[in-house]
Design a protein around this ligand. Structure first.
Ligand SMILES: Nc1nc2c(c(=O)[nH]1)N=C([C@H](O)[C@@H](O)CO)CN2
Length: 123
């Protein structure tokens, strides 16, 4: 079986995040990289955005969500973003990397990578 991917990489969002008190008082950047499984065949056939997984809409939704949250852990942020992507955009599988750049002295990139599947509802 073939899997198509719509990706959105390098999405930079300012948010309140961190385990220390001082981190809850400031905005820090996180960079999100998303790979989202989807079948692009119908969109390719019709050439209509309505048939596509709209990466601009995903970006807008995540920017709105992440900029309003106040989490401690990147794990929590990643989990909630993955849930939004699967549930609201009907994505069957997502790989999400949350990079809290500059969070560790002498390190460039730090964070988590998670993979999640959409919960299937029983009928
Ligand atoms: N697994 C994690 N480890 C750490 C986190 C985190 O979110 N997940 N956060 C921190 C601090 O907030 C750090 O980013 C600031 O110095 C430390 N470890």
């Amino acid at each position: 079986m073939q899997t198509d991917i719509v990706f959105l990489h390098g999405l930079r969002i300012e948010t309140v995040i961190g385990i220390y008190d001082w981190e809850q008082e400031i905005l820090q950047p996180v960079i999100l990289d998303l790979d989202m499984a989807t079948d692009v065949a119908q969109a390719a056939l019709t050439d209509h955005i309505a048939d596509a997984l709209d990466y601009k809409a995903v970006s807008k939704r995540l920017k709105q969500f992440v900029s309003e949250t106040r989490f401690q852990l990147v794990e929590t942020l990643a989990e909630q973003c993955a849930r939004i992507i699967c549930d609201e955009f009907n994505v069957s599988w997502v790989r999400l990397r949350v990079n809290k750049i500059g969070a560790v002295t002498d390190a460039g990139d730090v964070g988590v990578i998670i993979e999640r599947v959409r919960n299937k509802t029983l009928t």
